[in-house]
Design a protein around this ligand. Structure first.
Ligand code: NIG
Length: 421
C-alpha cells in the first residue's frame, strides 16, 4: 500500500454506512469499532483496525488526525435546498407567528414572489456574496455535498443566472453543489393571467436552454394549491425528462393532492415534503423506488401539521432522506442536525434512520453512488464528530457536532471553523 496522505485514528467507531435502506438502519450504518481511515489522492485507501495497516503506510508526510475517541462518519449530503437567493422574509415569519398562513402571505404578494423580486434585481456577484456564508455554515455542520434549486428567477434570464451562480459557487468553495432547475416554483406575477404562456416558456425555452448548457441535473416542480396543478407538473416533468433531466417533485406539502402518485408515475428521483401523503401515495413511492425527502424544519417553521409520516414511509420500504430545505420563506436554517432531531421527535424515525437519511439515503436520492458512505476507492468525504456516537446528533438538539470536516481528502473545517472562503 502507498504512503497515506491523511490518517484519521483513535476513533470510537467509523460508520461506513455501506448497507441498504431495505435492512434495519442500525445494521445499514455498518459500524467499525475503533477503526481508522486512511486517505490518498482524495480517496479512501483503507478502513479498518490501525494494526492492519501495512508497515510504511504512515510516513513523515502523513497528516495524522486524532479523533480523541469520538466517532467518524461520511460527510453529510443535503438533498433539498434553495440556498441561492437575495433578500429575506423575517417579516413573514413574524406574520405567521401571529396567525397568518404561508398561502395567505403568498396570495397577498409575499412568499416566493417576494424573493423573486429581490433575486431578479441581484447580479451574479451579489448572489455569490450572499450565498457564500450560508454554504460555509453548512460545511461547518459537516455537509460536504448539497443540492441547490433555482426557482427565484422565474424567467429565462434569471433562472439561468441562478444556475450559473450555483455552478460558480461549486467551484469557489469546498461544499459540492448539485443543481436543480425549479422554474415551476410559482407562476410569476407578470404571467398571473397567462398561466398557459408561462407553461410554454418553461417547456419551450427554459428547459431546453438549461439542458443545452448542462446547468441542471434535476428538474423540480412545486405541485400545490397556489403553485402548479398536477397536470401542469406532469407536463413540465415530462419535458424535462425528455431534455435529459431527472424529475423531482415538491409533493403533498400543504395539502393532499396526489403528488406522491405523480412522482411515482413520472419516475421521479425524489418526492419531497410529503406531510400530507396518502397511504396509496406511500405504496406508489415504494413500488416505483422514489426516495422520500423529508424536510421537517419547514413543518416546524411554517407551524403546520402534520409532520410527514417518516415511520410509515420506512416501513413501506421507501428510501427516506432528510434535508434542511434552506430557503428564506419556509426554512431559514442550515442546521441539518436540527432536521435530524425533528425527524426523530416528529417524523417517527430512529436515530439510525435519521443518520442514514442524511448520508447514504440522501446520496442515493441525488444519484451519487460513491457518496454518503466510507468505502475504499470512494471520494474521502468524512466528518470527525465531537461525540462518541451518532445518537448524540439528534439528541443534543440543534447544536453543531462536526469538529473536523474532510472533503475529497482535504481538511476544510477544523475546530468547527471553515478554513477556506
Ligand atoms: O420547499 N414549497 C416550496 N418551496 C420552498 C419554499 C420557498 C419559499 O417560500 O421561498 C419549500 O418549502
Amino acid at each position: 500500500m502507498e504512503t497515506l496522505e491523511l490518517l484519521v485514528r483513535n476513533t470510537s467507531e467509523v460508520l461506513t454506512v455501506e448497507g441498504s435502506y431495505t435492512e434495519p438502519a442500525e445494521r445499514a450504518l455498518t459500524p467499525r469499532p475503533n477503526a481508522c481511515v486512511g486517505v490518498r489522492r482524495g480517496r479512501v485507501l483503507y478502513v479498518g483496525p490501525e494494526g492492519g495497516l501495512p508497515p510504511g503506510t504512515v510516513g513523515p508526510s502523513t497528516r495524522v488526525i486524532d479523533a480523541h475517541g469520538q466517532f467518524v462518519g461520511p460527510g453529510f449530503v443535503d438533498p433539498h435546498t434553495h440556498a441561492v437567493f437575495a433578500g429575506e422574509r423575517a417579516n413573514e415569519f413574524d406574520l405567521r407567528n401571529q396567525g397568518a398562513s404561508y398561502l395567505q402571505i403568498a396570495q397577498a404578494g409575499g412568499g416566493i414572489a417576494n424573493t423573486v423580486r429581490s433575486t431578479r434585481f441581484a447580479s451574479e456577484e451579489d448572489l455569490i456574496r450572499l450565498a457564500l456564508p450560508r454554504l460555509q455554515t453548512m460545511l461547518e455542520y459537516g455537509i460536504t455535498t448539497a443540492e441547490v434549486k433555482s426557482g427565484y428567477g422565474l424567467n429565462l434570464q434569471d433562472e439561468l443566472k441562478i444556475l450559473k451562480v450555483v455552478q460558480r459557487l461549486s467551484a469557489l468553495q469546498p461544499l459540492e453543489l448539485v443543481p436543480t432547475l425549479l422554474c415551476a416554483h410559482a407562476i410569476p406575477e407578470e404571467y398571473r393571467e397567462w398561466r398557459e404562456a408561462y407553461m410554454d416558456l418553461c417547456t419551450r425555452e427554459i428547459i431546453p436552454a438549461v439542458a443545452e448548457q448542462g446547468l441542471a441535473r434535476f428538474c423540480d416542480v412545486f405541485a400545490e394549491e397556489g403553485a402548479f396543478s398536477l397536470a401542469e407538473a406532469r407536463r413540465i416533468l415530462v419535458a424535462a425528462k425528455k431534455a435529459g433531466m431527472r424529475p423531482r417533485l415538491h409533493a403533498d406539502q400543504l395539502t393532499a393532492n396526489g403528488g406522491a402518485e405523480l412522482a411515482a408515475e413520472v419516475g421521479a428521483a425524489t418526492a419531497d415534503h410529503l406531510e400530507h401523503v396518502s397511504d396509496a401515495g406511500i405504496r406508489a413511492l415504494a413500488e416505483a423506488g422514489v426516495t422520500a425527502v423529508l424536510v421537517p424544519t419547514s413543518t416546524l417553521f411554517l407551524r403546520v401539521r402534520p409532520y410527514a409520516p417518516g415511520r410509515k414511509l420506512r416501513e413501506a420500504g421507501v428510501n427516506v432522506a432528510l434535508g434542511t430545505n434552506l430557503n428564506p420563506g419556509s426554512a431559514m436554517s442550515e442546521n441539518l442536525p436540527l432536521a435530524m432531531g425533528l425527524a426523530c421527535l416528529e417524523n417517527g424515525l430512529t436515530a439510525a434512520e435519521a443518520y442514514w437519511a442524511t448520508t447514504r439515503g440522501a446520496a442515493l436520492a441525488l444519484g451519487l453512488n460513491t457518496y454518503g458512505r466510507i468505502t475504499v476507492g470512494d471520494p474521502a468525504n468524512l466528518v470527525v464528530f465531537s461525540c462518541s456516537n451518532y445518537r448524540h446528533l439528534p439528541y443534543h438538539l440543534g447544536i453543531n457536532h462536526a469538529r473536523i470536516v474532510i472533503k475529497d481528502g482535504h481538511v476544510v473545517v477544523e475546530n468547527e471553523r471553515a478554513l477556506c472562503p
